[in-house]
Ligand binder design. Structure first.
Ligand SMILES: NC(=O)c1ccc[n+]([C@@H]2O[C@H](COP(=O)([O-])OP(=O)(O)OC[C@H]3O[C@@H](n4cnc5c(N)ncnc54)[C@H](O)[C@@H]3O)[C@@H](O)[C@H]2O)c1
Length: 366
């Protein structure tokens, strides 16, 4: 296939694994031609290491002839502006999560892309990895019957014990739901389909946080957002999920994601990873069984969503790329919906819909 030329905006913490994978395992589908960052040394170091060209700004990068797709690895509050810049220049764009911060921004971005005839992709692409694709196959094949319910729990005590600059986790756009919700909710939507109605309860258990990581040890940070967000999701299928994301919990034994079907239960692997284990326990079984992984990419394969997008674009037809803006927009609405339901005391009725993307092809057995 003809390779898609990729330009990257934002050469920060997460960019290394993308660069490794896009120039390595996915190098047959994409070519990283151009990079830029507000901190020029970051871009020039990456350019040297990976054989790309540096440009001075995002504006210059989106306009470059050698860029077909803009990979937007900036921080969340920049996602909308950089993505709109790409779309206005007639380029496909793939954002790191969340798609944007506000629902209105996401809607505007998708409408502009549609009008320009370009595609919008968005992480997480962990849902395309071996673990969650195996779950999808087992569900499709009826291993646990029809899903009736699910749980999704992401609980810890925040990131101030290890992250060097953790302030943003406690500011607007942060909090446990917007930080980690995309992994858990994209997984639920991929496996169970779109949501139609939500309930929510949200609270802030601590007015301040004290940083204990090295650089800013002892600094006290005000908490501006809810740090414990609980909710229910009713899916179009009638299944119901219970979701908790929290930065207020020191220790717990909760699983990450479980799906309960009419004929059994499934333990879904950590949705922030690409691999297993996938466990199933069917009605009548006395213990859980670990299932063999049926799909490729069990290790950190960030960039898989971009490679998948490149394949769909190269195929020349209208095939839907899998880590797409439609799903990310739906997930963004769910995250806001929990908070809206919590503050209004009423159910939140979902406005957006999304289609489930096709499963990835199974691993070839040689
Ligand atoms: N760090 C992680 O472990 C991780 C994991 C998964 C997803 N993510 C997501 O990846 C994104 C980036 O996270 P990160 O941890 O790499 O952040 P980071 O702060 O380390 O890197 C962001 C980089 O973008 C650059 N930047 C910001 N605005 C820019 C602009 N307008 N033009 C050019 N460069 C710009 C910054 O200078 C910085 O180098 C976020 O959306 C985050 O949610 C991060």
């Amino acid at each position: 296939m003809e390779k898609l030329n990729v330009g990257i905006v934002g050469i920060g913490a997460i960019s290394g694994i993308y660069l490794d994978n896009l120039t390595g395992v996915f190098g047959d589908r994409v070519e990283v031609t151009t990079v830029t960052d507000l901190v020029p040394e970051r871009a020039s170091e990456a350019a040297k290491k990976y054989g790309a060209r540096v440009v001075a700004s995002a504006e210059e990068l989106v306009a470059a002839e050698a860029v077909d797709l803009v990979l937007n690895l900036t921080i969340p509050k920049e996602h909308f502006e950089v993505a709109m810049m790409a779309v206005r220049a007639g380029k496909h764009v793939y954002n790191e999560k969340p798609l944007c911060i506000q629902r209105e921004e996401a809607a505007e971005l998708l409408a502009a892309a549609e009008e320009a005839g370009v595609r919008v992709g968005c992480s997480p692409d962990t849902v395309l990895g071996a673990g969650i694709q195996t779950c999808r196959k087992l569900l499709n094949d009826g291993w646990i019957g029809a899903p009736v319910a699910a749980t999704a729990f992401m609980v810890n005590h925040g990131h101030e014990s290890w992250h060097p600059d953790p302030e943003f986790y406690y500011q607007v756009g942060g909090g446990p739901m917007f930080d980690m919700g995309p992994y858990y909710l994209s997984t639920l939507v991929n496996l169970m389909g779109p949501a139609v109605r939500l309930s929510g309860a949200a609270k802030k258990s601590f007015e301040t946080r004290t940083i204990t990581s090295e650089k800013k040890h002892g600094k006290v940070v005000p908490v501006e957002v809810p740090t414990h967000v609980a909710g229910t999701v009713e899916f179009e299928t009638g299944a119901v999920a219970t979701v908790i994301t929290s930065f207020d919990i020191w220790a717990s034994t909760l699983p990450r994601i479980e799906i309960y079907g009419t004929e059994g239960s499934m333990l879904v692997p950590d949705p922030n990873t690409f691999g297993g284990p996938v466990m199933v326990r069917r009605a009548g079984d006395s213990e859980w069984s670990q299932m063999p992984l049926t799909h490729d990419h069990p290790v950190n394969s960030r960039g898989l969503g971009v490679a998948d997008m490149a394949e769909c674009i190269a195929s020349g037809d209208k095939a839907m790329h899998r880590a797409n803006g439609e799903i990310a927009n739906h997930v963004l609405e769910i995250m806001h919906g929990f908070h809206d339901a919590a503050s209004s005391g009423r159910y939140y009725e979902m406005q957006t819909k999304c289609r489930r993307p096709d499963p990835r092809p199974m691993r070839k057995v040689v």
